[in-house]
Design a protein. Structure first.
Length: 254
């Protein structure tokens, strides 16, 4: 079982909101969302918008932000890529790795995801490991096996201190951007499976690990998902792009 803890509301903007839209979003969101000590709010804008995010949120340190992806290397001939080592200078403090869109569109494998987590850790960022099954895998009864492979590949590559800092996001691929949400029971089952994988790894405390749910979360379903056993917060794509909708999500459980 997991212990009760303050929820994390994480927004993944993907390739939406350039610098100007980021500033406009924050102008509105800051009016609609008052700081809460009983929750963590973190936004992952596109990398090009990180400086705009930092400037527009300067007086609101409660609104944290992070990078959506980093390269497996620290430096070198990788046109278009971003090094984790470059991120802290922007003020960002979190980083995603292993999002299903990176796995599908850019071929990120489990060993690459593990390496990216290490780079995020080395840069002092809080890493979020995204895992989740496709519809095909779920229908073939492979949910548990898929989560085990994805989680263990990373835990085996990290040391105890790295594992201690890790946050997890369970995101069923069939629920991302589809409008189809996992039921609170589905989410609870998958989160329990992720938690099980942590047993026996030095640095992991399964009952205290923070596991977010992601997949078509909206203001209309957030409260239900947040009370599902073992759901410690959410990672939200589409519904985080509108400041009013994101503020409604970030008000959940208050
Ligand atoms: C995501 O991209 O992580 C996500 C969960 O997207 P959406 O909320 O749009 O399904």
């Amino acid at each position: 079982m997991s212990e009760p803890r303050t929820p994390v509301f994480a927004a993944n903007w993907k390739m939406c909101h350039g610098p100007a839209e980021t500033a406009a979003f924050l102008a509105r969101f800051k009016q609609r969302h008052a700081p809460r000590d009983d929750a963590t709010v973190v936004v992952f804008p596109p990398a090009i918008s990180l400086p705009a995010f930092a400037a527009a949120s300067a007086e609101r340190p409660d609104i944290r932000f992070g990078v959506q992806d980093v390269h497996t290397d620290i430096e070198g001939a990788h046109t278009g890529a971003i090094s984790a080592a470059m991120v802290p200078a922007t003020g960002a403090t979190w980083g995603l790795a292993g999002h299903s869109e990176r796995r599908r569109e850019f071929g990120d494998t489990d060993p690459m995801v593990a390496k990216k987590l290490q780079r995020l850790l080395d840069a002092g960022l809080r890493p979020v490991l995204c895992v989740g099954e496709t519809l095909e895998e779920r229908e073939a009864g492979r949910l548990s096996a898929v989560l085990e492979t994805q989680v263990k590949a990373c835990l085996e590559a990290l040391d105890a201190e790295g594992r201690r800092r890790l946050v997890y996001a369970y995101e069923p691929v069939w629920a991302i951007g589809t409008g189809r949400t996992a039921s609170p029971m589905d989410a609870a089952e998958a989160h329990a499976l992720v938690r099980e994988q942590l047993t026996g790894f030095e640095g992991c405390t399964p009952g205290r690990a923070v596991i977010l749910y992601g997949g078509s979360v909206k203001p209309a379903n957030i409260e239900q998902l947040l009370i599902a056993p073992g759901v410690d917060g959410v990672l939200v794509g589409g519904a985080s792009l509108d400041p009013d909708s994101w503020a409604a999500i970030c008000a959940a459980g208050a």
